[in-house]
Design a binder for this molecule. Structure first.
Ligand code: SAH
Ligand code: SF4
Length: 389
């Protein structure tokens, strides 16, 4: 009997059924983590620099293309590592030059990445989470609930995928990425560590070499995380305000109930004061919802609220999505709101809708999120209860 048991637990057969160890995805490694990886396999640190350049400058995913790396090291890397971006499910190209990629992340959900070419610059808008737990009332991502945080490889992978695409377009169509904004799906400050690592790769000379002014993090106001952010980075900041008083903001941006406007403004000052470059300003994003937050009294309150904040204001006319319950204001209403703030001395722009034909506008990035919070169901039930649908 004991012999039989011994045979059943024989180590060789157990080893045979063990799944192979997961390969390390080098796409998601920062400069420091790449160096640690090479040291851990008894290789010199300069290998990390070579491989980072192959991944982010040459955008290769095949170790055999790394011609300055010895054949034996390439074979070793093939057995323990990989360079794997998120899977591109579909690519869409608008007549106005806007591009959109729908990518699948490890959790099985899909997120969206949008490239917008404009006046000599190319802005890539990337996602940080599949879905979002913050549930802003006018945001289609929020309405889908939260599924997962994106890994560093999945965040920087969106830049890598877009850059690989532009590797292949004719040189005269200059569409290279000059700016990255974390304004796609998700709340970047709720996925803090991965977002910071990915932004560092965007700014690293061995990564995409973007200046800190050209990488922008947009937040709906997670106050403690915003303060922490100022200790680890100095990227440009955008804050989604959407309302000039707590009563209205509590309805539109529920995180305001936890961190109301006075705390948010303090955190903005804290972040801006820590930037050594005094000319930098925070971008205040304000989505205009017809009849809700687009009246002259709101513009006037906003002017008072922001009087001491070094900022520019970006108005975003609401982009409708099915069953949102909100409407986009008329062009006249948008102009009136803008003029009132201009008169008060603010720098105010209105965001143009781009990529209309491929649903690439702000707030229309829906991906396909498998909701773990069942928020979308609760949302629909609440709307039914309120007889809005
Ligand atoms: N979670 C972050 C970043 C992603 S949202 C944030 O909230 O800032 C990017 C911007 O799009 C935010 O300012 C958001 O409020 C805005 N937005 C979301 N849904 C929108 C919609 N349907 N129409 C217009 N803007 C929208
Ligand atoms: Fe999340 Fe931003 Fe949408 Fe609010 S607006 S639900 S924070 S993605």
């Amino acid at each position: 009997m004991s012999e039989m048991i011994d045979t059943a637990f024989d180590h060789t057969s157990a080893a045979a059924i063990e799944p192979p160890a997961a390969k390390v995805n080098l796409l998601g490694l920062s400069r420091q983590k790449m160096a640690e990886f090479f040291l851990s396999i008894s290789e010199k640190k300069f290998r990390a620099e070579q491989v980072l350049k192959w991944i982010h400058h040459h955008r290769v995913d095949d170790f055999d293309q790394m011609t300055n790396v010895s054949k034996s090291l390439r074979e070793c890397l093939k057995s323990i590592a990989e360079i794997r971006g998120p899977e591109v499910v579909s690519s869409h190209f608008s007549v106005d030059g806007t591009c959109k990629w729908v990518v699948r992340v490890a959790s099985g959900s899909c997120v969206e990445t949008v490239f917008i070419p404009e006046n000599g610059r190319g802005t890539l808008c990337i996602s940080s989470q599949a879905g979002c737990s913050l549930d802003c009332s006018f945001c289609s991502t929020g309405k889908q609930g939260f599924n997962s945080d994106l890994s560093v490889a999945e965040i920087i992978g969106q830049v890598w995928i877009a850059a690989r695409h532009f590797n292949n377009v004719p040189a005269k169509m200059d569409r290279s990425i000059t700016n990255v904004v974390m304004m796609g799906m998700g709340e970047p400050l709720m996925n803090f560590d991965n977002v910071v690592d990915a932004m560092n790769l965007m700014m690293d000379d061995l990564g995409y070499g973007l200046s800190k002014r050209r990488v922008t993090l947009s937040t709906s106001g997670v106050v403690p995380a915003l303060k922490k952010l100022s200790e680890v980075t100095n990227v440009s900041l955008a804050v989604s305000l959407h309302a000039p008083n707590n009563e209205l903001r509590n309805q539109l941006v529920p995180i305001n109930r936890k961190y109301p406007l006075d705390q948010l403004l303090d955190a903005i000052h804290y972040y801006m004061n820590r930037l050594t470059d005094s000319k930098r300003v925070v971008t205040i994003e304000y989505t205009l919802l017809s009849g809700i937050n687009d009246q002259l009294e709101h513009a006037q309150q906003l002017a008072v609220l922001l009087q001491d904040v070094p900022c520019k204001i970006n108005l975003i006319p609401f982009n409708p999505f099915p069953r949102s319950g909100y409407e986009r204001p008329s062009n006249n209403a948008v102009r009136r709101f803008q003029e009132s703030l201009l008169l008060a001395g603010f720098n105010v722009t209105v965001r143009k809708t781009r990529g209309d034909d491929i649903d690439a506008a702000c707030g229309q990035l829906v991906g396909s999120v498998m909701d773990k919070t069942r928020r979308s169901e609760r949302y629909v039930s609440a709307r039914i209860a309120a007889q809005q649908i």
